[in-house]
Write a protein that binds this ligand. Structure first.
Ligand SMILES: C=C1C[C@]23C[C@H]1CC[C@H]2[C@@]12CCC[C@@](C)(C(=O)O1)[C@H]2[C@@H]3C(=O)O
Ligand SMILES: O=C(O)CCC(=O)C(=O)O
Ligand SMILES: [Fe+2]
Length: 320
């Protein structure tokens, strides 16, 4: 028993997956089963699209607060600072939440960027479409690796015109304190799991991201601005009937450098039923989860606190 728990908490390091290698398919499946978290290289996204967006983001966050606030509060899209969600969570972070399918937020940016608003939106759109394509390729390799008949079983949900996906820019300013060391554990973004199917994160070279594989133990993830970090979301955990794990993660502040991250959250259409794929269970009765749509899950998620176990509410209680 003792040995088991030790081996369960042993973390050999972030799985590094080279998407150009044929063996990456089985490595992806293993990483999703073991940790729900991995890093990809040879992802095919030219650096130019990443650095261009990064410099737009830097420009945006360096605007005076009064300007930035004109694009907020996040309703749910727009600029937000410190407050995360609607239920009392706060962090040492400012962010921009954007819709990936419509330009409904465009007017908000036009008011502060003027003509540059169009350029900003173009750069975001270009980046999002590339990252989404990569996310779909990964989801197809995963479906293949799980021997699901429909290779696009997961990816079609992101490809759907109605896909409810989100894009986020997070900026964590340096968080100095008079007491030096004590700023080490300040929270930038509180612990949580992402509700969607898959999240694709790119950050600058400032540390802060941590994942938790066992309660209360946090593993710092070394930053790498040339790679993408991928994490399994709650919806993919459900669609694989718990075989893939939605990873708990958080961001702690840095006392001297600012961290900038950009994240694509690939989600299904609102009306989509989230349930284990038939080939991953013997019968409907073997689903670990009650039936729900993405709309229902999202609604419930937005009523929760960041750290809540959102899936718990949708788990079937084993008959005693
Ligand atoms: C307390 C919160 C804040 C939430 C909703 C709810 C639970 C989880 C948070 C996230 C995490 C992933 C991106 C996001 C956009 C999402 O879909 O779920 C976030 C959202 C927000 O930052 O507004
Ligand atoms: O900003 C980061 O690096 C991660 C933030 C995060 O987990 C999120 O926005 O869901
Ligand atoms: Fe997250």
């Amino acid at each position: 028993m003792e040995q088991f728990s030790i081996s369960k908490t042993f973390f050999p390091g972030v799985p590094l997956i080279d998407l150009s290698k044929p063996e990456s398919k089985s490595q992806l499946v293993k990483a999703c089963e073991d940790f729900g978290f991995f890093k990809v290289i040879n992802h095919g996204i030219p650096t130019q699209f990443i650095t261009e967006l990064e410099s737009e983001a830097v420009k945006f966050f360096s605007l005076p607060i009064s300007h930035k606030e004109k694009t907020g509060p996040p309703d749910p899209f727009g600029y937000g600072s410190k407050k995360i969600g609607n239920n009392g969570d706060v962090g040492w972070v400012e962010y921009l939440l954007l819709n990936t399918n419509t330009q409904s937020d465009y007017h908000k940016f036009a008011s502060i960027f003027g003509e540059a608003a169009e350029k900003f939106r173009c750069i975001v759109n270009e980046y999002v479409s590339r990252v989404k394509k990569m996310a779909c390729e990964i989801l197809e390799m995963l479906a293949d690796g799980l021997k699901i008949q429909e290779r696009n079983g997961f990816s079609k949900l992101l490809m759907d015109e109605e896909s409810d996906s989100v894009f986020r820019l997070n900026h964590y300013p340096p968080c100095p304190t008079e007491f030096g060391e004590s700023s080490k554990n300040l929270i930038g973004f509180g612990e949580h799991t992402d509700p969607q199917i898959i999240s694709v994160l790119r950050s600058n070279n400032t540390s802060g991201l941590q994942i938790s594989l066992t309660e209360g133990n946090w593993i710092s993830i070394p930053p790498d601005s040339n790679s993408f970090f991928i994490n399994v979301g709650d919806s993919l955990q459900v669609m694989t009937n718990g075989r893939f794990k939605s990873v708990r993660h958080r961001v702690v502040t840095n006392s001297s450098k600012s961290r900038l991250s950009m994240i694509y959250f690939g989600g299904p259409p609102l009306s989509e039923k989230i349930a284990p794929l038939p080939s991953l269970i013997k019968g409907e009765d073997d689903s670990l989860y009650k039936e729900f749509t993405w709309f229902e899950y999202k609604k419930s998620a937005f009523k929760s606190r960041l750290a809540d176990n959102r899936l718990g509410f949708f788990e079937k209680i084993a008959a005693s």
